[in-house]
Design a protein around this ligand. Structure first.
Ligand code: PLP
Length: 366
């Protein structure tokens, strides 16, 4: 059997009765859209994170987009983020008509190099958008200082960081708003698409609820500011409620897989993930680095082990973002990483036998 970076079937096998019961709960509830399950999940996820509000939305891309719109970020505004991220981060900035501006990443953590951000601030800068990539948080204190000094808002992209902590604070509780994805591969994953925006601010939450519901207050049927149809599906919300009760177990499982890799691979010249001080890593991905990356991936493929690269093409080098005018060579750390990083299989239900097979194949090629 092929070994994949991610596979949900072992989890489904063990959770099947609960997942199917979630579906039955919604189908027999008499309300299929924005019902008890969405409301329940929103309250429970907000409580888990220690934030005031959570609004369920249809996916993580739109979570970033709605968070920006709810905070008033739009055409003419600049948003400082990174090029080493999933394309949706930048697509969401583009979708609201704002301009993404890229900081390079730190060579140790592969996260936003916050020391570069101040120099990128212009009179048009409105928002800082740190991405808590791979499962650990960006260094937030310098960004919070800059936001206060320059009157900027912070939107955290938490699509890869459910349950991560930074000096004790949860990912999602540090910005003016934070966007989550529940795409099936994520640390908290649905059985389909889903997302959420969390915020501590009452007005932002009210704006988010309107934006996801055509721009209407649910009871009024009148559009004041045009919005979208970006609701979290009721079935996915009920599944997420069930899975949220197991999130700490998933995190423990991921950390155990990471610890096993670290122990087995520490004697090799593979560069293993570095956790920054104060961070509790959620290990959405286990990203390693080696100059002979392509050869290693090919060698493992011959053992039927199929690895991923997150991400092989920095956003600013994509043809679809050529108009941003950041040429190749302008973000040297991001570009060097893209040629050398790759991800090892990582999910809480990863069978130990498969992980052993991956480790043995890596030892053979290194
Ligand atoms: C997955 C992801 C998104 C987008 O989420 P979708 O639910 O797939 O739309 C955004 N940002 C990052 C960093 C992601 O990993």
């Amino acid at each position: 059997m092929a070994t994949l970076v991610w596979d949900y079937l072992p989890e489904y096998e063990s959770e099947r009765a609960d997942i199917l019961d979630a579906v039955e709960t919604v189908f027999s509830s008499g309300r299929l859209v924005l019902g008890r399950s969405v409301r329940g999940f929103e309250e429970e996820f907000a409580a888990y994170l220690g934030v005031r509000h959570c609004a369920g939305v249809d996916n993580g891309t739109n979570a970033v987009k709605l968070a920006l719109q709810a905070l008033g970020v739009g055409p003419g505004d600049e948003v400082i983020t990174v090029s080493n991220t999933a394309a949706p981060t930048v697509l969401a900035i583009d979708a609201v008509g704002a301009t993404p501006v890229f900081a390079d990443v730190d060579a140790g953590t592969y996260l936003m190099d916050v020391s570069q951000v101040e120099a990128l601030i212009t009179p048009r800068t409105r928002c800082l958008l740190p991405v808590h990539l791979y499962g650990q948080c960006v260094d937030m204190a310098p960004l919070e200082r800059l936001a206060r000094t320059h009157g900027l808002v912070i939107v955290e992209d938490c699509a890869q960081a459910h349950g991560a902590r930074h000096h004790g604070r949860t990912a999602g509780s540090m910005g003016h708003a934070a966007a989550f994805s529940f795409y099936p591969t994520k640390v908290l994953g649905a059985y389909g698409d889903g997302g959420a925006v969390v915020t501590g601010d009452d007005d932002t939450d009210r704006a988010l609820r309107r934006l996801r519901y055509y721009g209407m207050e649910q009871t009024y049927y009148v559009v004041e500011t045009p919005g979208h149809n970006s609701r979290l599906d009721e079935v996915q919300a009920e599944i997420l409620r069930r899975k949220l009760t197991r999130l700490d177990d998933y995190l423990a499982g991921r950390r155990a897989v990471a610890a096993r890799y670290a122990e087995a691979l520490s004697g090799t010249d593979l560069v293993l993930p570095a956790t920054a001080p104060g961070n509790e890593h959620a290990y959405y991905l286990y990203v390693v680095r080696h100059p002979r990356r392509d050869e290693i991936i090919e060698s493992l493929r011959r053992h039927d082990i199929h690895l991923n690269i997150s991400y092989p093409w920095p956003i600013h080098t994509m043809s679809g973002f050529a108009h941003l005018g950041r040429p190749r060579g302008s973000l040297p750390v991001t570009e060097a990483l893209a040629g050398e990083i790759f991800s090892l299989p990582m999910y809480p239900s990863l069978p130990a036998g498969l992980q052993d097979k991956v480790i043995a194949a890596l030892h053979a090629v290194l």
